[in-house]
Design a protein around this ligand. Structure first.
Ligand SMILES: C[S@@+](CC[C@H](N)C(=O)[O-])C[C@H]1O[C@@H](n2cnc3c(N)ncnc32)[C@H](O)[C@@H]1O
Length: 265
């Protein structure tokens, strides 16, 4: 297979270094040798933790959080990172950390969280007064639009039977929505900006391979269904998402959301 993974996955490792750099610029971080930093939804590759360690090797303490204990099975950087299993929507999972974090970052995780307001409130509780938080997450993806279009076609609706396809990205949940949410919670100096990302598939064959792999993994479709899908899916994707510079792309919108917990809180 020419390209076995989705461009989104292969590009994930580049988001974190850029986002850590952006937070460092926006918040004017120079030296984190006195700071406790937490990464929410660290994942098994620890992209964000690695970026923090790379850019701030003197960071005093780094705490990696994930709701899945399995992500900590590979013991990377065990000597530099404290691991914490917890669901950021659940305050009780983090009681012992409340009010102790100088900085909290999260990359590519908050779009997966159902109750974002509860999660942001818990982040706020975890921060020290004057603490800073930065979140990078998806607020739109062409995949949702494509799956919705697929579900309109009875044959595919049957194939994808049982797949819950609620719209993860309601159009009104953009930068203003999340800025207002953070301000309501008490964050100050909230900055929110969106970035569209077009991740090209090298060839149409790469697209077909990638999309089929995704369907097999996420929707557990049968080999026969995969065959049917492979034939027609490209045309449908092209109609719904289009091409950029002649190439099929995975198009997403990421939100950069930054805020500060006031000193007097
Ligand atoms: C796509 S991975 C991103 C990993 C990494 N941050 C990165 O930038 O590559 C999302 C991670 O967030 C975790 N996650 C999702 N919901 C969470 C929650 N409510 N609390 C804590 N972690 C969560 C998942 O288990 C997964 O490991």
């Amino acid at each position: 297979m020419a390209q076995s993974s989705f461009p989104l996955q292969t590009s994930a490792r580049y988001h974190s270094p850029r986002f850590v750099k952006r937070c460092a610029d926006e918040f004017q971080w120079k030296d984190l040798s006195k700071d406790v930093v937490m990464d929410i939804g660290c994942g098994d590759e620890l992209h964000c933790c690695k970026a923090i360690l790379m850019q701030f090797p003197d960071v005093r303490e780094l705490i990696a959080v994930d709701k899945e204990s399995t992500v900590f099975q590979t013991a990377h950087f065990r000597n530099r990172i404290e691991f914490c299993v917890g669901d950021i929507q659940e305050r009780d999972d983090f009681k012992s950390y409340e009010g102790k974090m100088n900085k909290i970052l999260s990359t590519d995780a908050f779009h997966l969280i159902i109750d974002k307001e509860a999660a942001f409130r818990n982040v706020y509780r975890l921060l020290k007064p004057g603490g800073e938080a930065g979140f990078l997450f998806y607020v739109n993806s062409c995949m949702n639009k494509f799956l919705m279009a697929l579900m309109e076609i009875p044959k595919y609706r049957a194939i994808l039977k049982g797949t819950s396809l609620g719209n993860m990205y309601p159009p009104e949940h953009g930068k203003q929505y999340y800025k207002d949410m953070l301000e309501k919670i008490g964050f100050k100096h909230v900055r929110a900006f969106e970035e569209e990302r077009n991740l090209p598939f090298n060839t149409d064959e790469c697209f077909k391979d990638s999309i089929l792999e995704r369907f097999r993994i996420h929707y557990k479709i049968s080999p026969e269904a995969a065959e049917t899908l492979q034939e027609e899916v490209l045309e449908l994707y092209e109609n719904v998402v289009g091409r950029r510079d002649g190439k099929l792309c995975y198009v997403t919108v990421q939100l950069n959301l930054l805020g500060v917990k006031p000193m007097e809180s």
